[in-house]
Write a protein that binds this ligand. Structure first.
Ligand code: FAD
Ligand code: EPU
Length: 343
């Protein structure tokens, strides 16, 4: 365990906002987490991975705990590679490590920022693959009892940008490691539009898919080191078939993805762009020019700039399409999680 000398959160979250915490503590072992929770039982506490899905709405009047648990275990069978990865391992480094060691299955999930221990929380996903597709189990420290409990993939109740860790297991739990299963027979998923062209290559390797995913991502998504952001700011809204049909009649070009007999997923980025908000600026915050679903810290934005811009986006999309956008990014106020609608 290490108490850091600094209290600025600027370099501990990807929006790069100039906000402070009372204390920042790095946890290197499971025991560290238990000690911190016991030692600071009264103070507000927030566990942070790489802060790539967070918006600090103001200074945090409590303790930020950085997850730095390290280690990767590998068990190979005839049919699959089974990995046990500590929660503090960087996700993209893990993807690279698997490919460098001849394992495939994670290539579509390249370049997603953040830690492996954070990946199950919103069931990270990109280019046709989600964390749940490779998850065998998740090991969770139950702070109340100090025991580590194993949750099977089914018990994690994964959904689109959702899991039990956003609901029943949101409080008093820390994901300490994840178990992944990478079947040797598995083929890369090439169903996402721009990846489909790779199907033409008879000698396609997982590394080719990885390279293409990185290329697409670098083209569309801003690098947080150059321009602060937290990826997609909103979730793609899920609406009824009837709502989608009515909108499609009015906006024939609107992308729609049928996800069940009753539900359709819309593209929030398209709705925001079609509402004329691409490039819209509020103070130092802006709707990204290349991907309208991403709000960026363009020029020394304050938290209030980002919050105000997010509100403009929600209200404008609601006004034009009668579709409610929900933010994917987790909003943190001075001592706990909050929501845009509550601010
Ligand atoms: P943080 O932002 O630090 O934490 C997120 C939440 O999880 C917080 O509430 C925190 O308290 C909690 N938490 C963190 N660690 C633990 C733990 N070990 N146990 C319990 N709770 C914990 N997401 C996608 O799904 N797909 C994408 O394609 C994608 N692209 C992105 C692109 C960019 C440029 C950026 C900036 C973000 C993107 N994201 C994407 C979002 C982000 O990468 C993921 O949500 C990621 O999993 C967050 O990891 P983190 O370690 O930064 O978590
Ligand atoms: N679109 C626009 N204008 C825009 C942005 C998108 O018209 O400014 C349209 C695109 O042309 C496309 C559709 O919207 O027809 C979907 O766009 P894209 O494929 O870029 O994906 P997305 O829905 O914007 C989602 C995830 C991303 C993930 C990509 C790739 C969510 C909230 N976002 O974005 O995840 O990387 O698909 O799979 O589901 C994240 O969660 O932070 C994230 C970046």
């Amino acid at each position: 365990m290490k108490i850091l000398p600094q209290t600025s959160l600027k370099s501990f979250h990807t929006f790069g906002l100039d906000v402070q915490a009372e204390k920042i503590i790095q946890a290197d072992t499971v025991q560290d987490f238990i000690q911190i929770w016991e030692g600071y039982s009264k103070e507000p506490k927030l566990l942070v991975g790489e802060g790539s899905n967070l918006l600090f709405c103001e200074n945090f009047e409590g303790i930020i705990i950085l997850n730095r648990l390290k280690g990767i275990g590998l068990n190979e069978t005839d049919s699959a590679w089974h990995l046990e990865v500590a929660g503090g391992e960087n996700w993209h480094d893990l993807v690279c490590w698997t490919l460098d060691n001849g394992m495939h299955g994670l290539e579509n999930l390249a370049l997603i920022p953040g830690l492996t221990g954070s990946a199950p929380i919103q069931n990270i996903g990109a280019y046709g693959v989600e964390f749940k597709d490779r998850c065998e189990y998740v090991d969770v420290l139950m702070l109340e009892t100090g025991e580590v409990r194993r949750f099977s993939c089914d018990e994690c109740e994964f959904g689109y940008r959702d899991s039990v860790f956003k609901r029943q297991l949101k409080e008093g739990t820390i994901i300490v490691s994840v178990g992944l299963i990478l079947p040797k027979s598995g083929l890369s998923n090439l169903e996402y539009g721009p990846l489909a062209q790779l199907k033409k290559n008879p000698h396609l390797t997982p590394k080719d898919v990885f390279d293409k995913v990185c290329e697409i991502r670098r083209e569309k998504l801003p690098d947080p080191l150059q321009m602060g952001n937290a990826g997609s700011f909103f979730k793609n809204p899920i609406v009824s078939q009837l709502t989608a049909k009515t909108l499609k009649e009015k906006y024939p070009k609107m992308p729609c993805y049928e996800i069940s007999e009753t539900e359709v997923k819309l593209a929030a980025g398209w709705l925001i762009e079609a509402a004329g908000l691409k490039g819209r600026v509020f103070g130092g915050a802006a709707v990204h020019e290349k991907q309208a679903l991403v709000l960026v810290n363009k020029n020394l934005a304050t938290a209030l700039d980002v919050i105000s811009l997010a509100r403009i986006v929600v209200e404008t999309v609601q006004g034009q399409f009668n579709v409610q956008l929900e933010h994917e990014v987790r909003f943190i106020d001075k001592n706990k999680e909050t929501r845009l609608a509550s601010l």
